[in-house]
Each structure stands twice: as C-alpha cells, then as structure tokens.
Design a protein around this ligand. Structure first.
Ligand code: F6R
Ligand code: ZN
Length: 193
C-alpha cells in the first residue's frame, strides 16, 4: 500500500494528536487481574469502572517496513497502593523493539524478558526510552495529579501478546510508600518454566 508523506501535531497541554485513526480506552474491568490488592480492586469496581489510560494510534499496514506510532496517556490514580498502569505486553513478533519519548508526567517503564530479566526505567518529560526486542513493557503513572504522556513508535508487524503477562504478571510492581513511588517484587509473579 502506497502512502504519501504526512505530518501532524502533538501539542501541549493534552498532547492528543491532531490526526489518528484508532482510539483505545482501557478501563479497570479490562485488567482487574493485574492489580495485587484484590480487596481494594473490588471496592473500586463496586462503585465505578475508572478509565485508566487511552491510546491514540496512527495505524499502519502490518509489515516490517512500516512504523506504527501514537500517543499513550495513563491517567493518575491508584488501586490500593499500586499506581494506574497499562496492561503491558510482549510483542507478538517478539524480536521487535519500540521507542518511547515522554512528553508529560512522571512515571516508570517496567520491562522484562521471557527469561525473567527485569528493568525499570524512569519516565519524565524529555526522556527517551528504548525497549529492545524481546522485552515486555508496561507504563506506570507515578504521579497522582497529572497524566503520563508518551509518544511511541514500533514496527508495523510487531503485534501484541497480552496473554503471557495476564498469566504471570510482571516481576516488579510500582507502589506508593509514604507518598513516594517504590519498586517491589510482585508476590504473584510466576518465574519462567
Ligand atoms: C505498542 C505499545 C503502546 C501500548 C500502550 C498501551 O506496542 O507498547 O502503544 O500499546 O501504551 O499499553 P497496552 O498495549 O499494554 O495496553
Ligand atoms: Zn509495545
């Protein structure tokens, strides 16, 4: 499929792209199993189903030479002491990388390989982050009063594998302790077989 060059704007304060062709809204009910505190989770869901994050994608054909890109906005909030976060995934074509650039907010990218290696990098405006091939990734908003906004770019053929993380979780969690974000071990993480 031939595409002409195109340009668009991503402008403060909300950074919603001036053009996009897919808008995803992820609510708590769609990722309830990922939060560690099931009592806090049930209490929140009994009252409402909060919007955790939104993604604005500029879709591209699913081939290696294309670059899918867009904006991810994780809203502020917590379930128990665990901050709002994305579902997180491996890429279906696991050898595909992704580049993130943080435009707004404070947070972390939690990453791990299928072998159980784990890394957590901070995100703040002006910071670029490279997620290498084979690293699952999840963004966490560690601020309770502003959105975490990132621009992302990855190969058009990458696809998403959500199931692995849904089953085993990430090895590390980001939680609030005495008003500050702290990285802890996930008690429910399942090590690789
Ligand atoms: C794409 C990518 C991001 C995320 C977005 C939402 O490969 O990493 O665009 O898709 O931040 O997170 P998920 O997809 O984990 O719900
Ligand atoms: Zn990704």
């Amino acid at each position: 499929m031939k595409t002409d060059p195109f340009a668009f704007d991503i402008i403060a304060p909300d950074f919603i792209p001036s053009q996009y062709d897919n808008h995803i809204e992820r609510r708590l009910s769609a990722m309830a199993g990922q939060y560690a505190d099931s009592t806090a989770l049930a209490a929140v869901l009994a009252e409402s189903d909060p919007l955790l994050y939104q993604v604005y994608e500029l879709r591209r054909p699913p081939v290696a030479g294309e670059l899918l890109h867009g904006i991810s906005i994780v809203h502020p909030g917590k379930i128990g002491d665990e901050y709002f976060m994305t579902k997180g995934h491996f890429h279906q074509v696991i050898d595909t990388a992704e580049l993130y650039y943080c435009l707004k907010g404070r947070g972390f990218m939690v990453m791990e390989t299928p072998e159980g290696e784990s890394r957590v990098e901070s995100l703040r405006p002006g910071r670029a982050l490279y997620v290498p091939p084979r690293w699952a990734h999840r963004s966490v908003n560690a601020s309770l009063d502003q959105d975490l906004v990132t621009f992302f770019i990855y190969p058009g053929n990458a696809g998403h594998d959500y199931g692995t993380i849904e089953q085993q979780g990430f090895r590390k969690l980001v939680v609030e302790r005495d008003g500050n974000p702290v990285i802890i071990d996930n008690p429910r993480w399942l090590p690789p077989k």
